[in-house]
Design a protein around this ligand. Structure first.
Ligand code: FEO
Length: 396
């Protein structure tokens, strides 16, 4: 069922309330998501993006109830990832000759996924396509999120169809940011950036500035996931520019795993030391094997500094911590301090190994870290407390 976005612009996508992970099992979607597709009906009719493949039949059926599919003159594919292009094979069976406007890189990706010789019309920065009264202009934004990604601007309505940029995995029936729960929207937007877009921060900053330099007015940002930014759309552009710029809040995050609560005890003692030194700093603790990975990565993104703690097990850290440092490496967090600690019985390599992983991931390690043999006694409790004080002091 269509929802009105603006004059002659309708949302025809799918709200996925059920999904609990995207990118396979890589990204937790506690709040579901949506695949936003748009129908623009001017003198010509255009469809922007489709939906994820499992909803292809439903999408095409619903679309056919809203518009005679044969009257669709143009398909715009802003991004070839299957959560947006997944319904193309079903749709194109109905309208095989309809031209698909996309970047050159998208042709390769779409063909790579579906192996079909559809009528691709490649576009470059600034190319336009008239719909009659209104006109599309195309703005490739490679690596926001894939090399093929682009944004499409619609004149008249001044809507920027931004695809992945500015999106959130957030199912919502009311479509617009001013009708969404503000905290949830912010949480899902920052989680999306932290977990998906962080590695491309410098590129994103430059692509946003390139688009702003066009001077095109933007009255609404119509994303491909979650709610549309109708009220004050500049707010999410400003946030993206902040998030791209080695973003930090006044927060230190401690992530640990534990076998008999010794490492947990060290973590909590270090937290007290940090708070002793910096009472206003937000300190958050997470059990690496119990907490949601993507939520933890969002907290790391927000942090000035991170501490990792693990028992030494088989001469190294537990796998839950090493898996996390591999995520750190891939996400390329910037300008963050770090250190590590362990509770050990007879060797204690976890601290140095975690610190080596942190250095490899681009963190600035503040020292040799902390090793506590077995459980803390009162002397070692003081040592852990002081470690927290010293770490906070090195951070601020
Ligand atoms: Fe929502 Fe990069 O796909």
């Amino acid at each position: 069922m269509r929802k009105k976005v603006a004059d002659s612009v309708s949302w025809v996508g799918k709200v996925d309330w059920e999904i609990r992970s995207a990118h396979g099992k890589e990204y937790s979607t506690h709040k579901g998501t949506s695949y936003n597709s748009y129908l623009i009906e001017d003198e010509k009719t255009a469809l922007i993006d489709t939906v994820w493949e499992p909803y292809a039949d439903e999408f095409v059926h619903n679309l056919s109830l809203e518009v005679d599919l044969d009257t669709i003159d143009y398909i715009i594919c802003n991004h070839a990832e299957p959560d947006h292009s997944g319904a193309l094979p079903v749709l194109m069976k109905h309208i095989p000759a309809t031209p698909i406007y996309c970047t050159k890189q998208a042709v390769r990706s779409i063909y790579g996924h579906y192996h079909q010789d559809w009528d691709f019309r490649t576009v470059e920065a600034g190319d336009t396509l008239s719909l009659g009264k209104k006109t599309f202009s195309f703005h490739p934004v490679p690596m926001v999120h894939w090399p093929d990604s682009m944004m499409t601007h619609l004149s008249g309505n001044n809507i920027l169809f931004s695809n992945d940029a500015f999106g959130q995995h957030y199912a919502h029936e009311l479509l617009f940011n001013d009708l969404a729960e503000k905290c949830t929207l912010h949480e899902e937007a920052i989680k999306y950036f932290a977990n998906i877009l962080t590695p491309f921060s410098a590129i994103i900053q430059s692509r946003i500035q390139d688009f702003l330099a066009t001077g095109l007015p933007v009255e609404m940002i119509a994303t491909s996931h979650g709610v549309l930014w109708r009220q004050n759309p500049e707010q999410i552009i400003e946030r993206y520019l902040q998030w791209c710029d080695a973003y930090q809040e006044d927060q230190i995050t401690i992530i640990y795993d534990t076998m008999y609560n010794s490492t947990k005890g060290i973590a909590e003692t270090i937290a007290r030391g940090i708070q002793q030194h910096s009472p206003a700093t937000r300190v958050k603790l997470f059990h690496a094997a119990k907490a949601d990975k993507n939520d933890v990565l969002t907290e790391v993104f927000r942090s000035k500094a991170v501490l990792l703690g693990s028992p030494t097990f088989n001469k190294g850290p537990l796998a839950s911590l090493s898996a996390l440092t591999e995520e750190f490496r891939g996400l390329k967090f910037m300008n963050k301090k770090a250190n590590a600690f362990t509770s050990y019985g007879w060797s204690g390599e976890a601290t140095s190994m975690l610190n080596a992983q942190l250095i490899d991931a681009g963190f600035s390690v503040t020292g040799e870290g902390l090793r506590i043999n077995w459980r803390m006694d009162s002397e070692e409790l003081e040592k852990a407390l002081q470690f927290g004080v010293d770490f906070a002091s090195a951070t601020f």
